[in-house]
Structure formats: structure tokens, C-alpha cells
Design a protein around this ligand. Structure first.
Ligand SMILES: Cc1cc2nc3c(=O)[nH]c(=O)nc-3n(C[C@H](O)[C@H](O)[C@H](O)COP(=O)(O)OP(=O)(O)OC[C@H]3O[C@@H](n4cnc5c(N)ncnc54)[C@H](O)[C@@H]3O)c2cc1C
Length: 380
């Protein structure tokens, strides 16, 4: 029987996630309370997640309710990594997609494929994935990557960490990060002084998955090998510097410029801890751009309670009728709607229908949407 925050989490998830994939009964929780280790923890809830939207939602709501989560792929971990006495998220059977690129030099894998299945896909190219744990027939990519699985042949030269080119990562607050974008940006930072830049197509075709020498040759065919390596070193330095930087959602920078030109006031209203919010704003280079920063956890109630938005309005000296909220999360959307703001859903992580379901008056993919821009201009 669920109670307290766990009951609240369940109630928030069942409108979106099929309740047949959320278990809290004694049989299922006992069954998922073991992995290949000698530890046993009985989870309060086991959720079989189907897609990124669901994982994002579970993480966002769990983070807000301070509920720890653990992921499980095949559960062959030997040190208790895949057991939990809180919430266990299974990313297995629904996560089986794979895309082969570069004649098998690169393979994009969802976390639910087993290592054996990945190697079967690569076999016709005469290739295999780097890591070769003895458990490869059962172990899945999510667990192989997270455990940095190794094996008798790959050693430390071709283990998971050494052979991953990029990842789509959902952060603990539900935010999606795609590291490809950062790699492209890092190369463009190196190329900018030469008035050159690359796009995603060039990156995928000529850089992604290639070693430093090949990458350097693709970008600088006339340069020497030592120059290739120096350029790659410069790119890696730029990449490391950028891990703390972020790409704004398309159109947002232009929208903020427009808002400034109209003399409109702006606030950030978030449930993220202050340090994280500042990190994000600094990463975007926008630390000074928002004079009002409201942190939900510093108030008596965070989102989905309306208080953070009402506090933001008060600090801006504005009424709800004069304001528009932009939200990409369900709890945020609920908070904005409850505070009486016109609320626009940004469907970067969640399904548009889910955002509409909690009151978004308009849902757009990003800030370049012409309907959004028309509506905002009409309001000013
Ligand atoms: C008989 C046997 C032989 C083994 N041989 C080896 C070996 O040779 N080399 C070796 O390195 N290991 C070995 N292992 C350990 C284990 O099998 C591997 O580390 C394997 O890669 C774990 O994969 P899994 O799918 O079972 O992951 P799980 O055990 O389910 O999870 C492993 C970790 O990954 C995390 N995780 C899973 N999915 C995700 C996701 N989608 N997102 C984020 N985190 C996620 C989990 O939270 C957990 O921390 C062996 C185990 C057994 C039982």
C-alpha cells in the first residue's frame, strides 16, 4: 500500500503512464528486489518506462518529491547497483531500437538491447561493440554503459567509457541533454577564427565515431598529422569548457531580445535548486538577463503549487492577466495555470497532449513557432 510522497508520485504518474506498467504489489516488488548481487531491497514502486517522455516525467516528479530512483536494465549487476528500496525504473523491453551508421563504425543503441543483440546487428559489417562482459548475452546497453562494463578481450582500451561517442541523457530533474550538440559547438568554437563551421550532417558523416587523426584529416586535409592532433586537443578543451554551457531552445534568444525591445519584464520560476538554476543560466550566458529568479524549494510550496508563480508576479510588480508562462513540465504547467497565467507548453521533452491535458493554452515545439510569436505580439 503506497502512502505519503509515493502515493502522490503514483497519482501523478497514472494519468500519463499505463497503470499496468506501475507495480507496487508484494509479488512484483519482491521479484524486482533482487539482481545478480547478494543484496536484496524491496522497491516501493516498480515502473516499466516506455519512452523518454515517461522517464522525463518520472524523474521530474520524483525529484520534486525528493524520492530516490534507480534504473535497472537486465539486473546482472554484482554489487547491488540495480536494486532499490524506493522507485525502480526498468528501461528494458521497450528500448530496443538501433541505428547503424558509418558502415558499422557507429551504432546508436537504446538501453534495452542486450550486448549480444547489438553484436548480431554489427556482425554483417565485421564489427562488434567494445565492451565484452561475460554476461553479454543478458546484459543490456543501459547497464553496460552505466557500469562501464569491461571484459576479457576489451580490457580498459575498449570498455564502455572508451567507446561511447555521444549520449542522450535525461538529467535528474527530467531535462534532456544530447551531447552531440555540444561536440558540434566545440568544433565550431575551434573553427570560428578560420571563418568556418560544420553542421550536424557533416559531424555525423565525417567526425562522429572517428579517431582524432581521421577527424583532423576530414576537417584540415592540407594540415600535418601533428596539426590534426593539436586541433583535436583544442576541440576537446573547448568541449570540456562547454559541458557547463547549454544551447537555448530554438528561438528563445530572439524572443528574449524582442521582449527586451518591448520593455517587458522577465522572471525565471523554477523548482531547480538555486545552484542548478544559476549553473543553467550561466551556462546559457544569461546570468544577468533575468532580474527575478524564484526558486520553488525556497518557498513554502514549490510547483505545482501556484506560489512560485505568484511570488514571481509580485516581484515583477505584474498581475497574472499581464503575464505569460512558458513551461516544459507538467508540474510547472499546473503551477502556472493555477496562478492564473496564460500558459504556453514547450514540448521539448513531453508529449503535447500531456501539456494540453494540464491546461496549456498553446503547445509549441520551440520558440520559433509563428503562432506563438503572433499571439505574443497581439498581447503587447
Ligand atoms: C555471470 C556474470 C558475469 C559477468 N561478467 C562481467 C564482465 O565480464 N565484465 C563486467 O564488466 N561485468 C560483468 N558482470 C556484471 C554485469 O553483468 C555487467 O556490468 C553488465 O554490464 C550489467 O548490465 P545489466 O543490463 O544487467 O545492468 P543492470 O545490472 O540492470 O544495471 C547496471 C547499472 O546500470 C544502471 N542502469 C541501467 N540502465 C540504465 C539506464 N537506462 N540509464 C541509466 N542507468 C542505467 C543501473 O542503475 C545500475 O547502476 C557479470 C555479471 C554476471 C552475473
Amino acid at each position: 500500500m503506497l502512502s505519503g510522497n509515493y502515493k502522490e508520485l503514483y497519482d501523478r504518474l497514472v494519468p500519463i503512464i499505463d497503470r499496468n506498467r506501475i507495480w507496487h504489489d508484494p509479488l512484483h516488488t519482491l521479484a524486482f528486489g533482487t539482481d545478480a548481487s547478494f543484496y536484496r531491497l524491496i522497491p516501493k514502486m516498480v515502473i516499466k518506462a516506455k519512452n523518454e517522455d515517461e522517464v522525463s516525467l518520472i524523474l521530474e516528479e520524483s525529484s520534486r518529491l525528493m524520492i530516490p530512483v534507480t534504473f535497472r536494465a537486465a539486473g546482472t549487476s554484482l554489487s547491488g547497483q540495480a536494486v532499490s528500496d524506493s522507485v525502480l525504473i526498468i528501461a528494458g523491453s521497450y528500448w530496443k531500437k538501433a541505428v547503424i551508421e558509418e558502415e558499422g563504425a557507429v551504432i546508436r543503441l537504446q538501453p534495452g538491447l542486450t550486448g549480444k543483440e547489438a553484436n548480431a546487428l554489427l556482425a554483417k559489417y565485421g564489427r562488434k561493440i567494445g565492451p565484452d562482459p561475460a554476461s553479454i548475452d543478458t546484459a543490456m546497453i543501459g547497464g553496460i554503459a552505466a557500469n562501464n562494463a569491461s571484459g576479457m578481450c576489451c580490457g580498459t582500451a575498449q570498455n564502455s567509457y572508451q567507446t561511447i561517442v555521444s549520449m542522450r541523457i535525461i538529467l535528474a530533474d527530467g531535462t534532456m541533454v544530447d551531447t552531440d550538440t555540444l561536440h558540434i559547438a566545440a568544433w565550431n568554437a575551434v573553427l570560428a577564427p578560420m571563418a568556418r563551421q560544420i553542421d550536424a550532417a557533416f559531424y555525423k558523416a565525417r567526425i562522429m565515431g572517428f579517431d582524432a587523426a581521421s577527424t583532423g584529416a576530414a576537417l584540415f586535409p592540407d594540415a600535418t598529422r601533428s596539426a590534426h592532433l593539436a586541433y583535436c586537443d583544442a576541440k576537446e578543451a573547448a568541449f570540456r569548457g562547454m559541458v557547463g554551457t547549454l544551447e537555448p531552445t530554438a528561438g528563445l534568444a530572439d524572443l528574449l531580445d524582442w521582449a527586451d525591445s518591448q520593455g517587458l519584464k522577465k522572471a525565471v520560476v523554477t523548482n531547480a535548486p538555486r545552484d542548478n538554476a544559476l549553473l543553467m543560466l550561466r551556462g546559457l550566458g544569461w546570468a544577468d538577463r533575468f532580474p527575478v529568479l524564484v526558486i520553488g524549494e525556497e518557498l513554502a510550496h514549490g510547483k505545482p503549487h501556484p506560489l512560485p508563480y505568484l511570488t514571481g508576479l509580485q516581484q515583477l510588480g505584474a498581475s497574472a492577466a499581464q503575464a505569460v508562462a512558458f513551461e516544459d513540465s507538467l508540474s510547472g504547467m499546473r503551477a502556472a495555470v493555477a496562478a492564473g497565467l496564460e500558459s504556453v507548453g514547450i514540448a521539448t521533452a513531453l508529449d503535447p497532449a500531456a501539456l494540453r491535458g494540464v491546461g496549456a493554452s498553446l503547445v509549441v515545439r520551440d520558440f520559433t513557432d509563428p503562432t506563438l510569436l503572433r499571439r505574443l505580439r497581439a498581447l503587447v
